[in-house]
Design a protein around this ligand. Sequence first.
Ligand code: NAP
Length: 284
Amino acid sequence: MLELLKGAPVAEAINQRTQELSEHLRSLGVSPTLALLRVGEREDDIAYEQSAMKRCEKAGVDTRSVILPADVSQKGLIAAIEELNCDKAVHGILLFMPLPKHLDGEATRRALSPEKDVDGISYGSLAGVFTGSGEGFPPCTAKACIEILDFYGIDCTGKNAVVVGRSLVVGRPLAMMLMEKNATVTICHTKTQNLPSVTKEAQLLIAAVGKAKAIGAEHLSTGQVLIDVGINFVDGKMCGDVDFPAAEAVSGFVTPVPGGVGSVTTAVLASHVTEAARRFADSP
Ligand code: NAP
């Protein structure tokens, strides 16, 4: 039998913690606030912005939308980031990526203060993930996977974990976070030889590929925990990277798409903002 690791109860538990911390901070005169910095009018950015604002507000986090024109100069973008970095009323900054092609993503990541980088895109935040120093914040999606494992009591210690995908947004940071939880981690990508032979050995299999049915029956074995990060659309319907009917034929545990990792990501975002506000309130 295949059991679903649904995201909704995980998100609810995170939101509860976020609301409690937010109320405490407000009693101290600090209102946790997220600035959403968007360049241009991309439809997927606007959709994510609207859902993030709605979910943050429900969790007790104030939001502020900052919109720059699609043809903003690099200087103009850096100036906007520096203004938010210095604004004491803003605790978290969410910068929508990818940026328009004429802008320098590297320089922009460097400009973002790790203390406010609540989606883990700055080098300071990534260094924090890779060294375990606690600087900045991990990317929300990678953290959402860890929250799901923790919520369902899945102990990673000594487990053979295979992460398919090596992006800086999901695969790489998640691999580091799983290692921090004492899993033995293998990272796979397009140049991996005989992927099914690697994934079949996994007790914990993370799919962060971005292709429908990238993980099929030949990649799976009985009793695996499958975390499906993928968001794909086939004939207008959302699906993950795991071929669901193939997974159903193998007993184990799987996060559904939709209703899995994606539904936990914005709850993590709100929790990172309150944590940034707590660090701000505690700082001398
Ligand atoms: P990405 O930057 O395109 O990275 C995809 C990774 O998968 C790359 O490392 C690539 O390898 C690897 N890959 C592609 N095809 C493969 C194959 N056939 N076999 C083995 N490895 C393969 O994507 P991403 O930003 O990490 O996102 C991954 C998925 O997660 C996407 O569907 C995205 O929409 C989704 N996502 C979900 C959330 C959420 O909240 N749930 C958030 C962010 C992203 P190479 O490095 O060799 O090219």
